[in-house]
Design a protein around this ligand. Sequence first.
Ligand code: GAP
Length: 514
Amino acid sequence: MAQQEDVFKKIVSHAKEYGFVFQSSEIYDGLAAVYDYGQNGVEMKNNIKRYWWDAMTLLHENIVGIDSAIFMHPTIWKASGHVDAFNDPLIDNRDSKKRYRADVLIEEDLAKLDDKIEKEVAKAKKRFGDSFDEDMFRQTNPRVMEYTKQREDLHERFAKAMNDNNLDELRQIIIDREIVCPISGTKNWTEVRQFNLMFKTEMGSTADGAMTVYLRPETAQGIFVNYLNVQKTGRMRLPFGIAQIGKAFRNEIVARQFIFRMREFEQMEMQFFVRPGQELEWFEYWKQWRLRWHKALGLGDSKYRYHDHDKLAHYANAATDIEFEMPFGFKEVEGIHSRTNFDLSQHEKFSGKNIKYFDPELNESYTPYVIETSIGVDRMFLSVLCSSYEEQKLEGGDTRVVLHLPAALAPVKCAVMPLVRKDGLPEKAQEIVNDLKFDFATRYDEKDSIGKRYRRQDAIGTPFCITVDHQTLEDSTVTLRERDSMEQTRVNIADLHKLIHDNVSLTSLLRKLA
Ligand code: GAP
């Protein structure tokens, strides 16, 4: 685990050193849990968004996009439940004066029990070798049985406390489990209090009677309140979906792990409107389809898992997360929820407007049910970055840091380099750049030795380096170096475009999903 933490630290500094992610307001000592994307980060982020947008809107004829405003009428947040219930249960340690999410402290305690069970199993596996019967061991080993029972009891108690919104019980669990503050090491805890996560601001001058508005904590509500506009103007018939990418804001208290939990972040959300009664079928469809979207990137199938929710929000009738194995464990990257007709009914109630859908096939009006897929751009970015990072030992004792980014997401697709800065090679290289730049993010690089230039491109995950040498002037061929294998092949300049396109285009990725 400590080793993984070290790797994570290296990834964070790599992200800064190579222009992917910077701490916001750094020269003013930073602003906690707020980050800026640099010259390479923004390109990769845009590529992730494009992959999602095209997969949703191009591959599904019945999904269209919108771009709604961040500010919305404040009653929307009353209707959605965010004003009253978008809270985190917080607890303070009186000695360290640090504030924690009570639910997170308990979840970490549950994870410790899981770890203990897995350690026992791994030890036994090593001891017994091929003859090891894992199921039998889990069911009969006294220590594993004891930990499993503790885990189940704790989990049940925790789920009930969360469901009942019982803050005293959450605190009692922390006391009973003897959970200590990681900073002070003491159990000197305050009461648990609810804390609303929405940022507020004022709209209009005070003289006019300013109105309190919120920075949206999710993009989904902008879709709900526009669903009938889109349905009518786009002549959409159920089932249909609306996709949106945009900023969301949450005053996260426990903001940790770099861009995993931010106060300003970006979401890619899609609400899929269906006939009542068909929602679980569609939930299953989207659950499968979204995982395929992730896996098509080739980051490793074993890095994903579903986490079905035990605790369903009162309006949901099914919910699952897609979790990704980050260096700090399996973590939620995307949520898929069957939200019934809750949101639309609430907006109907609070706005007093009829926003029912008229179904021409059934000749009746009703409130559609909704399946939501909601993924954080920044978390997706982090999962791609973490799983692509490698420190490689090369033959001959050399090392390199390489980002094995999926080529379609890489910020730069190819770098063109003259072997030397003379004899007409820079001009030839520039000519190639001028041709490729219309279709691919292409860089020209002539500084330092060729080896150093390759390393620089490896570090930002550039799939191809093209080297122009003296032979190029004679036969119009160049060296094409592939990032992962470092293999170099001699290719014709005329073939470059197709070769690069076949490997880096979003189209090849999208075709895997079709
Ligand atoms: N509309 C549903 C919704 O917002 P959510 O589970 O609260 O659901 C969806 O958020 C996704 O947004 C998460 O799976 C995560 O990827 C991302 N997300 C949520 N809070 C975040 C934060 N503070 N920082 C970065 N990403 C966040």
